[in-house]
Design a protein around this ligand. Structure first.
Ligand code: APR
Length: 235
């Protein structure tokens, strides 16, 4: 397959939503500077203090609901619409800015803020603006509702489908992620084994930068549209 078609698999992280005003995790003043991961992003933290965890996600859900997609989200949706081959977006983000920006094929491996899950019966439904420990599951009535977010120590979603996509990618792009959380941080190795061209687009080199065949540095709203325009013009 020439470069002007083939399957493009894209991984995004918090950096692609930074210019939409949503905080990243590990940058200066990021979410993990404000909250301890073990308190708000683990099953143990949730069972210890569900009110604290719901408050954390209620605040992030409200902020994400106000956020608008930026030029990078829109450029990826445009690539999906106009690239002759398949374009799959795998995101670690729990906001829905890819979808708001017009993307169609998005795999949320860490879940979504606007999803609710019943820890008792696995029922899923659209999350209300605010969730509280006293909420009951609409299906089984148990008071065991939680945000449909994948916490540390839990299995990310869609992993089988993700590895299938990586196995037949001709190009793999990693955008706005520090490459510090697995299994996402190892996707570039899977793509390399499949013979894909690998490119990292990030504000600064990620922990896995040396694994990429190509690297572009800068704000996503600048370097992502430049990259997708180049691909679509057959450059
Ligand atoms: N443009 C491009 N990249 C940016 C921008 C920007 N405007 N701003 C920040 N970045 C980059 C940073 O340089 C950093 O490498 O985005 C990355 C953000 O890294 P993290 O904060 O670690 O976020 P992420 O990699 O998505 O975290 C992965 O960790 O806490 C868990 O589940 C959580 O999904 C999250 C996972």
């Amino acid at each position: 397959m020439g470069k002007s078609e083939g399957k493009i698999v894209i991984l995004t992280g918090a950096g692609i939503s930074a210019e939409s005003g949503l905080g990243t995790f590990r940058d200066e003043g990021g979410l993990w500077a404000q909250h301890r991961i073990e308190d708000v992003a683990t099953p143990e933290g949730f069972s210890r203090d569900p009110e604290l965890v719901h408050r954390f996600y209620n605040a992030r859900r409200a902020q994400a609901a106000e956020a608008t997609p930026n030029a990078a989200h829109i450029a990826l949706a445009n690539l999906q619409q106009n690239w002759p081959g398949e374009v799959v977006i795998i995101t670690q983000n729990v906001d829905c800015l890819h979808e708001k920006g017009g993307a169609s094929k998005v795999l949320h491996m860490h879940g979504v803020l606007d999803g609710a899950l019943c820890a008792s019966c696995d029922h899923r439904w659209p999350a209300p603006d605010e969730m509280h420990p006293s909420d009951t599951c609409p299906a089984c009535r148990a008071t065991s509702t939680r945000p449909d977010i994948v916490w540390f120590g839990e299995m990310p979603y869609d992993m089988e489908e993700i590895y299938d996509h990586l196995g037949d990618a001709t190009m793999f792009a990693s955008i706005g992620t520090s490459g510090q959380v697995y299994p996402a941080a190892a996707f570039v190795q899977e793509a390399r084994m499949a013979g894909a061209h690998t490119i990292e687009l990030n504000l600064e080199p990620s922990a896995g930068a040396s694994s990429f065949g190509e690297r572009r540095l800068g704000p996503a709203t600048q370097i992502v549209p430049a990259w997708t325009n180049e691909l679509l013009s057959g450059a």
